[in-house]
Design a protein around this ligand. Structure first.
Ligand SMILES: Nc1ncnc2c1ncn2[C@@H]1O[C@H](COP(=O)(O)OP(=O)(O)OP(=O)(O)O)[C@@H](O)[C@H]1O
Ligand SMILES: [Mg+2]
Length: 452
C-alpha cells in the first residue's frame, strides 16, 4: 500500500518509515501538515499516518483536508496524549483509527492489515456493483441464477436476428422486460418498440389498433388511423397476451407474418412493413391448439424462437439480488437513506413462494420501503401473507377436490394444525398466531373434530 507519514519529528518519521518499508509498503514522508497535503494532492496515497500535534496544523486539520481531497484515503492519527476526547473527535471526523505514542509496532501492523482487508472489501463491493449496474443498463434485467443466465444468453444470441420470438412464463416473470431487453440489444434499438396488449381490446378495436383503418371504415372511424404495425416499422412489435387473440385476428396476423404486408381496416392497399415480432403469453398454447382456440400455423410462425421464463420459485437464487436491487432502487426513488432488511424480514422474503413472481417481489419491497419507519425494514412492513402463512404452504397448498366450502374447511384445518405444531399445542399461542380468539379456536377444533 502507499503510505504517507506526516510528522514534524524527524526521528519518529524515519523509524516508522523504516519499519513500513520492511513490510513492503511504498512509503513517503512529509515534515509538516501543509507538505503532506500537497503531496497527497499530487500522488497516489492509500493511507496517511499523521502526528496529532504539529506546529503548522493539527492532525485533525490534516485529516479533514485529506478526506476532502479524497475520501478513500484512510487516515490514522498518532497522538502522544491518548485522551478519549481526541479519539472521539478523530473518529467522528472520519479517521480510520488512532494510535498512541510510543507506537506499538505490532499494533500498527494489525491496524494496517485491517485497513487492507477493508479496502479490499470496499473495492470488491464496488466492482460487483459496477458489474451489476452494467448488467442493469444492458438489459434492465436482473438475475444471477443459472436458469436466467441461460435465458439471457439465448436472448442476447437471437437479438441481432429478425427472428420472431415467443416468450412464455407465468404472470410477473418478466416477459415484457425481456422483450424490451431483446429490442434494445438488437440493431433495431433506435427504432420504436411498440406494445399491444391483445387481451385489453375488443375484436374490432384490436384489428384497427394493429393494422390501422381508413376514414369511415366503421362507425366511429372518423379519421384515418395508422396502426401499430406501421408505427413499429423497422422496429419491434410486442404482442402481449397473444393467447387472447380472437380467431379472426389470428387469421389476419398469420397473413401479415407470411407476407410482411398489412392492410388497413377498410382499405384495399397493401403496405410493406418491416417488423420484428415478439409475442408473449402465460396461456398454454398447445392445449388451446388442441381445443381449436389457437391456430397451429400461427403458433409455428410465432414460435420460431421460444424462450421460457421460469417462475421465481424455480430460480430462488435470483431472490437475494432482486431484493437488494429493488431495495436500492426504491430507497433512492423515495428519497430515503440507504435501507436494510432486518434479519427476520430478510428470512421471510427469502422463504416466500412468490406466486406473483418478480412483480410481487418488486411490489412487496416498494411497499415495505414506503412503510418502514427508519432505515430498517422489519417483518411488520411486509404484507400479512409473509407473516401469517407458513411460507412453504403458500406455494404447495394443493387444489383439493370438492365444493368451495370443503376446500376452505380443509384450508382452515391446515392452518390450525400448523399453528398448533408451531406452538407445541398451546392453544392460546396458536390462536394468537392465527389472529383469532382462543374461544374461536376451540370452537373450530370442536367443529372439525381436531385435537390439539
Ligand atoms: N429480471 C428482472 N429484473 C428486473 N426487474 C424485473 C425482472 N423481471 C421482472 N421484473 C419486473 O417485474 C415486473 C413484472 O415484469 P413484466 O411486466 O415484464 O412481467 P410479465 O411476465 O410481462 O407479467 P404479466 O404476465 O403479468 O404481464 C416489472 O416491474 C419488471 O420490471
Ligand atoms: Mg406483461
Amino acid at each position: 500500500m502507499n503510505i504517507l507519514i506526516i510528522d514534524d519529528e524527524k526521528a519518529q518519521r524515519n523509524s516508522l518509515a523504516g519499519f513500513l518499508r520492511k513490510q513492503k509498503h511504498a512509503v513517503s514522508t512529509a515534515a509538516s501538515g501543509t507538505d503532506g497535503i500537497a503531496y497527497a494532492e499530487k500522488n497516489l496515497v492509500d493511507i496517511v499516518l499523521t502526528d496529532y500535534r504539529m506546529p503548522d496544523m493539527s492532525g485533525m486539520d490534516v485529516l479533514k483536508n485529506v478526506k476532502a481531497l479524497n475520501p478513500d484515503i484512510d487516515v490514522v492519527l498518532i497522538t502522544a496524549y491518548g485522551t478519549i476526547e481526541t479519539a472521539v473527535e478523530a473518529m467522528r471526523a472520519g479517521a480510520f483509527d488512532y494510535l498512541t505514542k510510543p507506537i506499538d509496532l505490532d499494533e500498527l501492523e494489525i491496524l494496517l492489515e485491517k485497513i487492507q482487508e477493508r479496502r479490499y472489501l470496499v473495492s470488491e463491493n464496488k466492482r460487483l456493483r459496477e458489474q451489476l449496474a452494467g448488467r442493469y443498463r444492458l438489459h434492465n434485467f436482473i438475475y444471477q441464477s443459472q436458469a436466467m443466465a441461460q435465458v439471457a444468453a439465448r436472448a442476447t444470441r437471437i437479438a441481432s436476428s429478425r427472428a420472431t420470438v415467443l416468450i412464455r412464463g407465468e404472470s410477473g416473470t418478466g416477459k415484457e422486460i425481456l422483450a424490451k431487453a431483446i429490442h434494445f440489444a438488437s440493431p433495431r434499438k433506435d427504432r420504436p418498440m411498440v406494445a399491444v396488449n391483445c387481451a385489453a381490446l375488443s375484436d374490432t378495436l384490436l384489428e384497427s389498433e394493429l393494422f390501422g383503418h381508413e376514414k369511415g371504415s366503421f362507425t366511429g372511424a372518423d379519421r384515418q388511423r395508422i396502426g401499430r404495425f406501421e408505427q413499429a416499422d423497422r422496429g419491434t412489435l410486442f404482442l402481449d397476451e397473444v393467447g387472447d387473440l380472437p380467431a379472426a385476428t389470428q387469421v389476419k396476423l398469420l397473413r401479415v407474418l407470411q407476407e410482411r404486408k398489412i392492410e388497413r381496416v377498410g382499405g384495399n392497399r397493401s403496405i410493406d412493413v418491416d417488423v420484428r415480432l415478439i409475442s408473449a403469453t402465460n396461456r398454454p398454447l398447445e392445449t388451446m391448439i388442441k381445443k381449436g382456440t389457437f391456430r397451429e400455423d400461427l403458433f409455428f410462425r410465432m414460435n420460431v424462437v421460444a424462450i421460457d421464463l421460469p417462475p421465481l420459485r424455480d430460480r430462488r437464487d435470483d431472490i437475494p439480488l432482486l431484493l437488494d436491487s429493488f431495495l436500492t432502487k426504491f430507497s433512492e426513488e423515495n428519497g430515503r437513506e440507504p435501507m436494510q432488511f432486518s434479519k427476520e424480514a430478510h428470512d421471510l422474503l427469502m422463504k416466500y413462494g412468490y406466486p406473483g413472481n418478480i412483480r410481487e417481489l418488486e411490489n412487496t419491497v416498494e411497499q415495505a420501503v414506503v412503510l418502514a419507519r427508519g432505515c430498517m425494514i422489519s417483518t411488520m412492513d411486509l404484507p400479512s401473507a409473509f407473516r401469517e402463512l407458513p411460507v412453504e404452504n403458500v406455494q404447495t397448498f394443493p387444489i383439493l377436490e370438492g365444493t368451495f366450502a370443503e376446500k376452505t374447511a380443509a384450508f382452515e384445518q391446515g392452518l390450525i394444525r400448523q399453528a398448533l405444531e408451531k406452538t407445541n399445542g398451546v392453544q392460546r399461542r396458536a390462536a394468537n398466531l392465527l389472529g383469532m380468539t382462543e374461544r374461536h379456536l376451540r370452537y373450530k377444533l370442536q367443529k372439525y373434530n381436531m385435537k390439539s
